[in-house]
Design a protein around this ligand. Structure first.
Ligand SMILES: *[C@@H]1O[C@H](CO)[C@@H](O)[C@H](O)[C@H]1NC(C)=O
Ligand SMILES: *[C@@H]1O[C@H](CO)[C@@H](O)[C@H](O)[C@H]1NC(C)=O
Length: 328
């Protein structure tokens, strides 16, 4: 797939490793399409949550200004004894419930259309692969880093597959959302287009997810490439707080059409870090080495703000302090 840039997705942020794409798709899928206008005691706020207006990667996450102690006595759906989140009882009129709750909690309205939550999860039991849990932890750290830097909320779940949910859930329910869920999404698009079509956003304007085999061999060169650009451009290598934006936009002119853009998401197709039952096309070691490299590549972009980097992409255990004004 060619690298085209028509979305606002920031690929200059740290990349996400693993199968996050499905979580994002699901987030889109369940985001209601609606436009509301609120008049709160202090201000009128119009916002819409339709896919056309909802820009998932632009959440500024800045000062939410939530009033966390404000919870007026008026009843909301939280007070409804019949409301549960079990999978067998779908919540009805969610948009309306949410609207009513927001009306009573106006400090949550501001910035609503830009708010992003990353949903991720893993199975409830330990991984059969001895280092599986370690890898999942590192994949999770990668997402936490990404969310912290971009000001997104993150929701981690590992109870989706409790026996009860499995019993009551739809047949297609899977423990760890991976490729099968992508198939599920396509199935929904084909079979229930009326119901889901408008609620699912399919990104095709951007190389969102890369196959690890294609990516891993290029990481060193990509690092070189970025260092080369920074060497020639002081403003790009300037130290800054990790949350400060603006540098991504600066980078654009240097990356356009280059084909050396840092990969945004790396999908370890067939590696199965948790179960260890990897696709026979790949050796266990090649999967492990690739995961380590991609994770350290991502980590380097986080460490960089603090003036460190891994001594090599294969070295997870140690970091080197970088001289001021690196890589000049
Ligand atoms: C937050 O809500 C509480 C309780 O309603 C109120 O006393 C307080 O003034 C509010 N804080 C702000 C900053 O609005
Ligand atoms: C990386 O750069 C080296 C040196 O310029 C080159 O020989 C090699 O082919 C490049 N690797 C890839 C995957 O492009």
């Amino acid at each position: 797939m060619p690298i085209r840039r028509t979305s606002s997705l920031s690929s200059n942020g740290i990349p996400i490793a693993g199968g996050t794409i499905v979580a994002l798709s699901l987030l889109w899928a369940f985001w209601p399409i609606n436009t509301f206008s609120f008049t709160s005691p202090t201000r009128t706020v119009s916002f819409s949550t339709g896919v056309n207006n909802f820009n998932i990667f632009s959440g500024d996450g800045a000062d939410h200004g939530f009033n966390l102690t404000h919870d007026p006595p008026e009843p909301t759906f939280y007070d409804d004894p019949d409301l549960t989140y079990t999978i067998d009882k779908p919540i009805k009129n969610w948009d309306e419930k949410r609207r009513e709750w927001l009306w009573l909690h106006p400090s949550f309205i501001q910035g609503l259309q830009k708010r992003v939550m990353l949903v991720t999860g893993s199975q409830f039991n330990p991984c059969p692969n001895p280092i599986g849990d370690h890898l999942l932890l590192r994949f999770f750290k990668n997402k936490v880093d990404y969310c912290r830097i971009h000001g997104y909320d993150i929701f981690y779940n590992n109870v989706l597959s409790t026996p009860r949910c499995l019993l009551t859930g739809p047949k297609s329910h899977k423990t760890v959302p991976e490729s099968d869920d992508q198939t599920g999404l396509v199935y929904l698009l084909l079979k229930e287009k009326e119901k889901w079509g408008d609620k699912i956003y399919v990104e095709d304007g951007y190389y969102l997810e890369g196959y690890w085999k294609e990516i891993v061999g290029k990481l060193e060169n990509i690092t070189e490439r970025y260092n080369g650009v920074e060497k020639g451009e002081r403003r790009l290598r300037r130290r800054h707080a990790e949350k400060v934006r603006g540098y991504s936009a600066l980078w654009e002119e240097y990356l356009e059409g280059e084909g050396w853009r840092r990969p945004f998401m790396t999908h370890f197709t067939g590696c199965q870090p948790c179960s260890g039952t990897h696709n026979k096309l790949y050796s266990r070691q090649s999967c492990l080495d690739a995961m380590e490299k991609v994770l350290n590549f991502a980590d380097n972009q986080v460490l960089r703000s603090y003036g460190f980097m891994h001594s090599s992409l294969g070295d997870s255990g140690s970091v080197l302090p970088l001289p001021f004004d690196y890589p000049a």
